[in-house]
Design a protein around this ligand. Structure first.
Ligand code: P6P
Length: 326
């Protein structure tokens, strides 16, 4: 029997301590436990995908214009199902679903979840780490639920979660009390607290960007990449969650900037950049679009993209300063 505290026990500790006195958190534990259950379902499906013949695409194109992988659809359906089952979620925004998933505004349905159910899914076929990303907002009571109610700035999140399906399966939970890391104990079917109070190291070990895009960048952004190239080793998996998670634990900076052809870059604001920016800041790091703090961006469209520079605070600030011509 493991001696480390389980996710359930950790959430119970929160409920007794800071959460207990803050209505902002009523029922949040049920949402997080639902995400943990969904992550267990997705992990077992991803692990056995090749054996079960569920690799590859559905042949559909999603709202992003990307080919939908079979596992994208599975993950999306699985997380919608467990979040609905929690009884605590009013609405969901999802990378794989164009409109808002409205679950209801009954008593206790107090949360809004924005999610990328399976990020990096093109890497599944080659057994590279992928993950799921979630931002959680408290619904404004009495507000009608619809597309507009999901367009909340990231600074209003009450929690953010991501999971990494890699050499081990981890779930990282950020609240306004800090960042906790849990590892899935598959035999015991539970996540256990293995990385309490995560803080991004002051020492930067690596930078992560797609160097293949270098020639598409404007001059100032090229200068920023050159500065990183001169200072750190390059580590780039091509799965946002995997690159971010390594940089969070080891110290590093990830950047997916815009360029003159695609000024908004590739990554999405609501369910990729906002949740990870919340995690980064709660761990002592920073996240910028190059123009402003990610968490301060006022969303205008559910699937809007943003440039993303995220990780160690000093490295982000130095990189953004160079991008601005400083
Ligand atoms: P590129 C995966 O498709 C993803 O959305 C992120 O997980 C990842 O960081 C990025 O795209 C990689 O994009 O253009 O470098 O292949």
């Amino acid at each position: 029997m493991s001696t480390t505290r389980s996710l359930y026990e950790t959430l119970a500790d929160f409920a007794v301590s800071t959460w207990g006195n803050n209505k902002d958190y009523d029922g949040l534990d049920a949402v997080i436990m639902a995400l943990a259950e969904g992550a267990r379902l997705v992990q077992s499906k991803v692990e056995a995908a090749a054996l079960a013949g569920v690799l590859g695409s559905t042949g559909d194109i999603n709202v992003q214009g990307e080919v939908v992988q079979i596992l994208d659809t599975f993950a999306s359906d699985a997380f919608v199902s467990v979040l609905k089952g929690s009884g605590r979620v009013a609405a969901i925004g999802c990378e794989e679903i164009e409109g808002t998933v409205v679950l209801g505004d009954g008593a206790g349905q107090d949360y809004i979840v924005q999610m990328d159910p399976l990020d990096g899914s093109s890497n599944i076929d080659v057994a590279i780490s992928i993950g799921s990303i979630f931002g959680i907002w408290k619904r404004d009571p009495g507000e009608a639920i619809g597309d507009a109610s999901l367009l909340r700035p990231g600074r209003e999140q009450v929690a953010a979660v991501y999971t990494v399906y890699g050499s081990s399966t981890m779930m990282v939970l950020a609240t306004r009390d800090g960042v906790q890391g849990f590892t899935l104990n598959r035999p015991e079917k539970m996540f256990q607290l293995t990385h309490p109070d995560i803080r991004i190291p002051d020492e930067v070990s690596c930078y992560s960007t797609n160097e293949g895009n270098f020639n598409t960048l404007d001059g100032a952004t090229q200068m920023a990449v050159l500065a990183l190239r001169e200072s750190y080793s390059l580590r780039y998996v091509g799965s946002l969650v995997a690159d971010f998670h390594r940089n969070l634990l080891k110290g590093g900076i990830f950047m997916y900037p815009g360029n003159p052809g695609s000024p908004e870059g590739k990554l999405r604001l609501m369910y990729e950049s906002n949740p990870l920016a919340f995690v980064a800041e709660q761990a002592g790091g920073a996240a910028s679009s190059g123009e402003q703090r990610i968490l301060d961006i006022q969303p205008e469209r559910p699937h809007q993209r943003t440039p993303l520079i995220i990780g160690n605070r000093d490295a982000v600030e130095q990189t953004v300063a160079i991008m601005k011509g400083g």
